[in-house]
Design a protein around this ligand. Structure first.
Ligand code: DCP
Length: 978
């Protein structure tokens, strides 16, 4: 290099120019100037709008750098091939690599190249404001330290598992404050967008919304599962007993009267105080006197700087009561909270999230309450409702607040965190009472004081009442302030409220302002949807990139389905695609910006949580949606229509209705033949727990022969469903248990061959043993089930088994064509496919002329078989026979249909879907006659019932779906159902 020197340029030969690079830059600038003046001669100078502006272009731009250079020349600006802070006015780039973004200084402006073309279009110099890229990251900080881990969603939780829109996440300006030393490793640092394999993991790990929503689900599932465990009930009994014997009762306890016979409810709402802060300080309670907040930012900068123009926009997840006295609130920006503290010469202590601690404390909190009762509705990680009625009756004489004080003390010992509790005659009053009690207190809205209490409650404190509702009210009464329940009581009648707020909201407002709440605990967890939704960091170049990410998303969805013990039948995919006129990079770093959203949905063949299946369907849906992968900004996958693996509390489905399949729970199939049992072994969860819910698996890969509900799976004395037992009122349970402890001698036989008979007999005896008065004590659902069982028993005894089958007459008149067979007898209680038979059955060869293909025999449509033949060629014939709830024969299905219709006024959509699928399966197996029979029968049942308008509506749409399939199969013909 020295040889290249020349004396007047100094030692290195480039001294005068400041070195090689400087010389090179200078040369290029000269080149540009020269080009400009040369080009100016060729390229017509079109304007001077960029006079005095010089740009440097980095990375891929649209139009490309060469074109921008030309445009600058044409419009009086300067293009620099090398970056020089002093000479460059604007740094133009549309997509900077992460490493470069990190190096940007606070005042560095990166402008989208669209600014240049837009200026030219408008023929004037536009403000760069709307074209600035990454500005959230380069402002308000001394030095850029992008820290992905701090990207946190801040949206209030609205539904199970939905990761919030990135638009609701913490602002990145705060996420990158200098005082926050990044603690994540480089891997996470570079997990900036969804292409990075650790993106999702990092995102979720750091997402407090994910923590809150997944914990809420986990708690609901936990409580529900605990109800199934007899050992837990024993624990409760033990704990209650201990408590009963050790409580030091005072006069207050003896004076408190609980009306057992009226069963007047006492609800408790219990909530940990400033949960995140309490957990974070549980080992240093001495800190709690000072204002503390949980936030991603450590908050040092704003506390020390005298300039307050750059507020930290990191949100406070939680703040303690010492902070609240200065006006600080959960969800407030850190900068604002610091300012409020400063105004009071106080300092806000910012502590980080302690997710492990949250889990631990939440578990202990729940376990403490659950050790006394299962009458619990889980709400969130730190909040639940309890129906204390039975417990207080058991512990009497006891004032509710005595129990609550003991419970809270125990929670404090177990968790090292304080909590508050409210009590009242309904859930609303209990919840409002908790507010009154906080922090670390308890409050009971006693009987007779409800109106006084509710009257002074602020409207804004009523659950679910937001500012928009309050605004509507206020606008109606501009002359007066409307902010307490009393004011609404005085100002508006129910009708007026309905007029102002709409029917539903008006009624709710009326009830709440009058302290009315008829809800009871929701014990069965039924999510409406389970989904994963990511609207942050979505930047893909190719469809392959996207599919890699889809795999991760689907695995997360699968995890959520598993955790919630749900399988879904409907899958939908939602995408957010950059709007055509929106900048490629939105103002918010890695955000969505303005998007056009669309979604697609598919009904799956069967309930599933299988990630492979879901992935496949998701990709299929995505391929159907026309979009440019590079413009994708958000994606969500969601499952709906669930089949729950959770046992519910009362033989109802998760919507609180009895299901189609519950209607069969007292039907007693014969002991199954081994052959069929084997066939039914699909690897699905034990059918004994599942069959009553949704026994039908339509997955082509699983056998079409579902296992039937056996008597042993139903309520038997020896194995009476613990669930049902748990639901029985105490005296009745004791009665039944007593009976079971001393069963008739026949029960003690346990020879395998006699077992079913013994069990059936003793079941009858238990049923008969329950006298009318006892029955009347039972909840209506249970009473109905027992009455139904008794009826069936009577039927069974009236029509004793004949030739191994129990026969009962069916009174419904049938089509003349089939009258003879049907009028004979229909088989109830027997699973036809489980009957070994030597009789020749109807051929299974499909005949397309449906009128002549009448399959009304009580056996499944099979080829000629004997039981032995079946064993050998087992699945084939059975798999072809559509079944529902394990039943295949017309009479069985009809009986089930009738019971189902009778069971509730509002049918369950999932049952309808299953029934519809079953009918279509029948059509597909050319058994249109049976479809015709079932539909006619259903209509006949529904016709006289005025209360069944919902049913009729559903049934009509089911008929339409069936007719559509029928038309497809039979050349446009319609099934005559007149
Ligand atoms: N939380 C959150 N973001 C939300 C809502 C809640 O991070 N949008 C977290 C922080 C809270 C915890 O959930 O500590 C419980 O929420 P609460 O509404 O019960 O609030 P706190 O427990 O903080 O305070 P309070 O004593 O008022 O219940």
């Amino acid at each position: 290099m020295a040889g290249r020197g020349n004396s007047h340029r100094g030692d290195n030969g480039w001294g005068e120019w400041g070195g090689y690079m400087a010389a090179k830059k200078r040369k290029l600038e000269e080149q540009f100037d020269k080009d400009s003046s040369n080009n100016a001669k060729q390229l017509e100078r079109k304007s001077n709008i960029f006079q005095g502006i010089s740009i440097f272009v980095d990375g891929h731009t649209e139009p490309p750098a060469d074109e921008l250079k030309k445009l600058m020349m044409e419009h009086g600006g300067v293009y620099h091939a090398y970056y020089s802070k002093d000479k460059i006015t604007y740094f133009i780039s549309n997509n900077l690599p992460y490493a470069k973004i990190r190096k940007l200084k606070p005042n560095d402006k990166v402008i989208n190249s669209k600014w240049i073309t837009d200026c030219i279009k408008e023929n004037k110099l536009l403000s760069t404001h709307n074209y600035e890229m990454y500005k959230d990251m380069t402002r308000s900080r001394g030095q850029t330290e992008l820290n992905f881990k701090r990207a946190e969603p801040m949206k209030p939780i609205t539904s199970d598992f939905n990761v919030p829109n990135s638009d609701d996440e913490d602002d990145h300006s705060s996420a990158s404050e200098t005082e926050e030393a990044p603690t994540e490793d480089d891997d996470h640092q570079s997990a900036l967008d969804a292409k990075h394999p650790k993106f999702l993991e990092t995102f979720l790990k750091r997402s407090r919304l994910h923590y809150l929503s997944s914990t809420a689900v986990a708690k609901k599932v936990y409580v529900q599962e605990l109800r199934q465990k007899p050992e837990h009930r024993q624990l409760i009994e033990k704990r209650r007993e201990e408590l009963k014997n050790t409580i030091q009762r005072t006069e207050r306890d003896y004076l408190f009267k609980i009306h057992d016979e009226k069963k007047e409810k006492i609800y408790m709402h219990i909530d940990m105080d400033c949960f995140f802060v309490s957990v974070a300080t549980r080992h240093q309670p001495e800190l709690r006197d000072q204002p503390i907040a949980i936030t991603h930012s450590k908050g040092r900068k704003a506390a020390t700087t005298s300039e307050h123009q750059f507020y930290s926009r990191s949100e406070l997840a939680s703040c303690n009561y010492a902070a609240r006295q200065y006006g600080i609130k959960n969800g407030m920006y850190l900068g604002r909270a610091q300012e409020l503290c400063r105004n009071h010469q106080a300092k806000l202590l910012c502590l980080p999230y302690d997710y492990e601690g949250f889990h631990e404390v939440s578990d202990r909190f729940y376990d403490t309450v659950l050790s006394y009762t299962l009458e619990v509705e889980a709400v969130s990680c730190d909040e639940l409702y309890v129906d204390l009625t039975d417990l207080l009756i058991y512990l009497k004489p006891l004032h509710p607040l005595t129990f609550v004080a003991l419970l809270r003390e125990e929670i404090q010992i177990n968790t090292k965190c304080p909590c508050s509790a409210g009590l009242g005659s309904n859930m609303l009053l209990a919840r409002l009472a908790t507010r009154q009690a906080k922090p670390n207190g308890q409050y009971y809205v006693e009987k007779g004081y409800e109106q006084e209490f509710i009257a002074k409650q602020k409207l804004i404190d009523l659950p679910g009442i937001g500012s928009s509702i309050l605004d509507k009210l206020q606008q109606t009464f501009p002359q007066t302030t409307v902010d307490t329940c009393k004011q609404v009581q005085n100002l508006c009648s129910l009708e007026q409220l309905k007029n102002i707020l709409g029917k539903k909201q008006g009624q709710t407002m009326y009830d709440m302002t009058h302290g009315i709440d008829t809800r009871i605990l929701t014990k069965d967890y039924l999510p409406k949807s389970i989904s994963i939704d990511i609207n942050y960091g979505i930047r893909f170049q190719t469809f392959d990139d996207l599919t890699v990410f889809i795999k991760q998303l689907v695995l997360e969805l699968h995890k959520r389905l598993k955790q919630a013990r749900q399988k879904g039948k409907q899958l939908s995919v939602k995408i957010r695609v950059r709007a055509p006129d929106a900048p490629i990079e939105p103002e918010k770093f890695m955000g969505c910006g303005r998007t056009d959203d669309s979604s697609r949905l598919v009904n799956l063949h069967s309930y599933t949580d299988d990630p492979v299946n879901i992935e496949l369907e998701t990709i299929k849906l995505l391929k159907q949606m026309n979009f440019i992968v590079a413009d994708l900004r958000g994606i969500g996958i969601s499952m709906t229509q669930f089949q729950s693996a959770l046992k519910n509390t009362s033989g109802k489905d998760m919507n609180g209705h009895r299901t189609l399949f519950d209607c069969n729970q007292f039907r007693v199939p014969k002991p199954s033949s081994t052959t069929v049992e084997n066939q039914a072994d699909t690897g699905e969860p034990s059918e004994s727990s599942v069959t009553r819910k949704r026994p039908m698996q339509q997955e082509p890969t699983t056998t079409a022969v579902p296992q039937k509900v056996s008597r042993l799976d139903c309520y038997t004395p020896g194995q009476i469903d613990p669930h049902v037992m748990n639901e029985l009122p105490e005296p009745i349970r004791q009665e039944v248990e007593q009976y079971l402890k001393n069963p008739p001698s026949v029960l003690r036989q346990n020879s395998e061959s006699d077992r079913v008979e013994v069990v059936e007999k003793s079941f009858t005896q238990v049923m008969d043993h329950l006298d009318e008065a006892v029955l009347n004590e039972l909840p209506p659902e249970m009473r109905r089930e027992i009455t139904m069982a008794q009826k069936l028993r009577k039927m069974e005894s009236k029509y004793p088994p004949i030739g191994g089958k129990r026969l009962i007459p069916i009174s419904v008149p049938l089509n003349p064509v089939i009258q003879e067979k049907s009028n004979a007898f229909n088989v109830l209680m027997n699973s036809p496919q489980k009957q070994p038979t030597t009789t020749t059955k109807k051929t299974s060869i499909p005949v397309k002329r449906w009128r002549t293909e009448t399959i009304l025999n009580e056996e499944p449509m099979t080829t000629t078989t004997t039981s032995n033949v079946r064993t050998e060629s087992k699945p084939q014939s059975f798999q072809q026979q559509p079944s529902i709830a394990g039943f295949t024969s017309l009479s069985d299905v009809k009986l089930m249909l009738r019971e189902w219709i009778e069971s509730s006024d509002e049918p369950n959509q999932i049952d309808f879907d299953l029934f519809q699928n079953y009918l279509i399966d029948l059509l597909n197996s050319y058994n249109a006659e049976m479809v015709h029979q079932l539909l006619s029968y259903g209509l006949l049942q529904l016709k006289p019932l005025t209360s069944k308008s919902q049913w009729i509506k559903h049934f009509q749409s089911l008929i339409e779906a069936v007719q559509t399939r029928f038309r497809q199969m039979y050349g446009g013909a319609t099934m005559d159902l007149s």
